[in-house]
Design a protein. Structure first.
Lengths: 382, 419
């Protein structure tokens, strides 16, 4: 190869070589703007990186390469105009007005941003239907507008880019539909979790067992009208189980909303103890015969059982309320379903002496022993 | 007695790995399975449903800031309106456009800043397709490679190699293509380009190219010794050729587990002090040697370069440095934003962070695997092997090992099999 050609190549390569090693072996934040549609789409907040704004506006007035607070303030009008010509919110009746509410500095992981909050005012009070974003794409093809749409308590994230500049906003009824979805999901969860929860089922069994036994003193009338008796007892049990659910919903909500929190180890010990006590109470009514009051009291304790785990989940409060309502209703439905299937069977067994004298005591003993074992485990753990 | 352990949810939603699932002490809950499972599951569900709120919550708007406060120091290219990309006349001739493009690409590499890639992309988008010169095509291919559009880059480089009348362009395209094939683990294709390069542009660059292919396909020792001899015999080479050879020697030494690797990396850094790739490799090597103090030194002042900050965070964690939590939080915010954005999330960095800082093997494995589909440099392969081991994903590790065996590739940086 001719020397001068090689020499020319070397010079050219010198310039390019540095780029030939594996590139982008590091992550680093690209240019993003942050756009928040808040308060059921009535407010807009836009955060633009100062670094990006400096590309399109002469922010550095004195040209010293540094941007000061004063320079930013003096450019406020320019920044507002820039946002105004590049960001548009429109409703069915046309473009909406953006009324400035707050203006200042904010920060994201790559440094300072100019931030502004606007109230969205659309003609005829129509809800906003579209958000269009056109800033900075001409300067930086990798620039993106990161959008968060907050419809009350549900939130949707989106990304706007040069090929996708318009975001269609959900009508607000969409938010209602999502709440319904959330409720449905947790309703199913409630049913499932009742069915796989051993402690819960055991407690239900203990509440149920006394009612499956013929009652002393009323035996004659029962024998005459067994159907009526089954129905009456079922209704009574439904009341008891519901009392349990109501109580357990109350404490679960209290703790999930961070109003009351108890240490989980203690709560679990008391729950296990309560099951053992309930089993004991069938033979020796140390806690009395008012079963629904018992169930309510125990329900209060059991609610804290899940709640202590939920205690630190405090974001999106009304979402949690919807979720809890669905969940508790699901638990109640599961309990009632279980009752309807299990109780008639046990009630039918109630006529056999072997059931009364052996099966029931054995079941209660097992439940009691298991619960006491849990208590012991908890107590040693504390 | 029913005993179940609390298996953490393996369903990965948007912020998998970014927010730990709430869980109670397993010692307290393991024996109360029903209760715990139920509570755990509802907690998980609520977490998932409220996660986006946590993701997007912005910092408050600060209205009181001092007039004399310096908010930001602007990079030179953006400081003066005259240098603004939009203020520039659309480049009149291809050579001017190529110069501008090359400036952006160089800045993106030395500053580690993808904003310059965005400016480069805007320039390419505005340039008429019919007027692409060889040089513009090569630069566009380099941009595509930086943005992980490997196939587009490969096609453009092949086009230059097959059609160009300019030997310099062909050589540059070959160097770039050989490198791309090496990064992706296509050693035969890389070897072809290196051999062609050795014929048309003999020297340390072609030697380095061939040495890398040789080392990755079963002969690292011979490749190292040979390249070392050649480098010592060509003292008059240009700085960039020397930097290239030193960097290759460092990589080969690291592959062989030779302590000389550190010295080679340092010499490469002296020759090209702005090169972040070399700095990351050096920091990684020092970290592997357990020299956490040296990692702190090498990564000092590179707060914007995530790969270096992750290595710094690992070193800080091992040193018990008081600043560990602050840096970890900063990196978490960075990754949250990158995930919201969706693209440009650097999977290797994210996986490394998940594995070594967060201790989240599942997330690390997912991203290490997806990274390995695109890039198979030793550090990519090592990360996947380590993540697979931490997550007990034997079959994934076996697939990687089968690929390594097929290329006869051994590397002292890879985790050893427990025997």
């Amino acid at each position: 190869m001719n020397r001068s050609v090689t020499g020319r190549l070397a010079i050219r390569l010198l310039l390019l070589l540095i780029m030939t090693l594996p590139l982008s072996s590091w992550a680093h934040k690209a240019s993003d703007s942050f756009i928040y549609l808040e308060s059921a789409q009535s407010e807009l907040r836009i955060d633009l990186a100062l670094r990006d704004l400096a590309l399109v506006l002469p922010l550095d007035t004195n040209g010293d390469g540094q941007l000061t607070g004063a320079e930013l303030r003096s450019n406020r009008a320019g920044i507002t105009r820039f946002v105004d010509q590049g960001v548009a919110i429109a409703s069915a009746s046309g473009r909406c007005d953006l009324e400035g509410q707050q203006w200042g500095l904010s920060s994201h992981s790559d440094g300072p941003y100019a931030a502004a909050r606007y109230r969205i005012v659309c003609a005829d009070n129509e809800p906003p239907a579209t958000l269009e974003y056109n800033l900075l794409f001409e300067q930086d093809a990798l620039h993106r507008g990161l959008v968060s749409v907050n419809n009350g308590d549900t939130e949707r994230l989106a990304v706007l880019g040069p090929d996708n500049r318009v975001l269609t906003l959900d009508p607000l009824s969409g938010a209602g539909a999502r709440v319904l979805d959330l409720f449905g999901t947790f309703l199913v969860e409630g049913v499932i979790h009742l069915l796989i929860g051993l402690d819960h089922i055991l407690f239900l069994l203990v509440l149920m067992l006394p009612a499956t036994l013929p009652r002393k003193g009323r035996r004659a009338s029962d024998h005459n009208r067994p159907e009526h008796s089954l129905r009456a007892r079922l209704l009574e049990l439904v009341g008891i189980v519901t009392a349990f659910t109501v109580a357990h919903s109350m404490t679960l909500a209290l703790a999930a909303l961070d109003i009351v929190t108890l240490p989980i180890a203690w709560v679990e010990t008391v729950i296990a103890l309560s099951i053992a006590l309930a089993a004991l109470n069938v033979f020796w009514p140390v806690l009395g015969r008012k079963t629904w009051k018992l169930a309510f009291g125990f329900g209060l304790i059991h609610g804290f059982g899940f709640a202590s785990v939920l205690g630190d989940l405090t974001s999106g409060v009304s979402q949690i309320v919807v979720a809890l309502a669905g969940f508790n209703l699901g638990v109640e439905l599961g309990q009632l379903g279980l009752l309807l299937v299990l109780f008639p069977v046990l009630h039918a067994c109630g006529r056999f002496p072997l059931y009364q004298r052996a099966a029931v005591p054995l079941m209660l003993l097992t439940v009691g022993a298991l619960s006491l074992y849990w208590v012991a485990e908890r107590a040693t753990a504390i | 007695m029913i005993r179940t352990t609390n298996k953490p949810s393996t369903t990965c939603f948007r912020s998998c790995g970014l927010r730990r699932q709430p869980n109670s002490d397993p010692g307290l809950t393991a024996l109360h399975p029903a209760l715990t499972r139920r509570a755990f599951s509802i907690a998980t569900l609520i977490t998932v449903l409220t996660m986006e709120t946590a993701l997007a919550a912005p910092a408050a708007i600060e209205t009181e800031f001092a007039d004399n406060a310096v908010l930001i120091t602007l990079p030179a290219t953006a400081a003066s309106p005259a240098d603004r990309p939009d203020a520039q006349e659309p480049a009149r001739d291809a050579e001017a456009a190529a110069n501008q493009l090359q400036t952006y690409l160089t800045l993106s590499r030395t500053a580690g800043d993808p904003r310059y890639l965005g400016y480069a992309q805007a320039l390419v988008d505005q340039w008429p397709k019919a007027q692409m010169t060889d040089r513009l095509l090569i630069l566009h291919a380099t941009l595509n490679q930086s943005l992980h559009r490997f196939e587009a880059a490969r096609l453009q480089l092949r086009q230059v190699i097959s059609r160009s009348a300019d030997p310099a362009s062909i050589i540059q395209a070959r160097v770039t293509l050989a490198n791309l094939e090496l990064v992706q683990g296509h050693y035969a294709a890389a070897g072809d380009q290196c051999d062609q390069l050795a014929k048309t542009f003999p020297g340390l660059i072609a030697d380095s190219c061939q040495a890398l292919v040789q080392a990755r396909t079963g002969h690292p020792r011979a490749a190292y010794d040979d390249l070392l001899t050649r480098t010592q015999r060509s003292p008059a080479s240009s700085t960039s050729s020397l930097a290239w050879a030193e960097g290759t020697l460092a990589d080969l030494a690291a592959q062989l587990g030779k302590p000389a690797a550190g010295e080679h990396w340092r010499r490469t850094l002296v020759l090209s002090p702005d090169d972040l790739y070399t700095r990351i490799q050096l920091a990684d090597w020092l970290l592997a040697q357990g020299d956490n103090e040296a990692v702190m030194e090498v990564t000092e002042g590179f707060a914007q370069t995530d790969a270096l900050m992750i290595l710094r965070a690992i070193a800080m964690k091992q040193l018990g440095h008081p600043g560990t939590d602050q840096l970890t939080e900063h990196l978490k915010e960075r990754f949250r934003e990158a995930q919201w954005r969706g693209n440009l999330l650097h999977q290797r960095d994210f996986a490394r962070f998940a594995l070594d800082v967060e201790g989240d093997a599942e997330t690390a494995l997912t991203h290490a695997q997806s990274n390995w589909q695109q890039q198979r440099e030793p550090l990519d392969t090592r990360l996947l092997l380590r993540a697979a081991r931490a997550a007990n994903a034997t079959s994934i590790a076996d697939d990687v090992k089968a690929w390594l065996a097929r290329h006869n590739q051994t590397d002292a940086r890879y985790p050893e099999d427990p025997s």
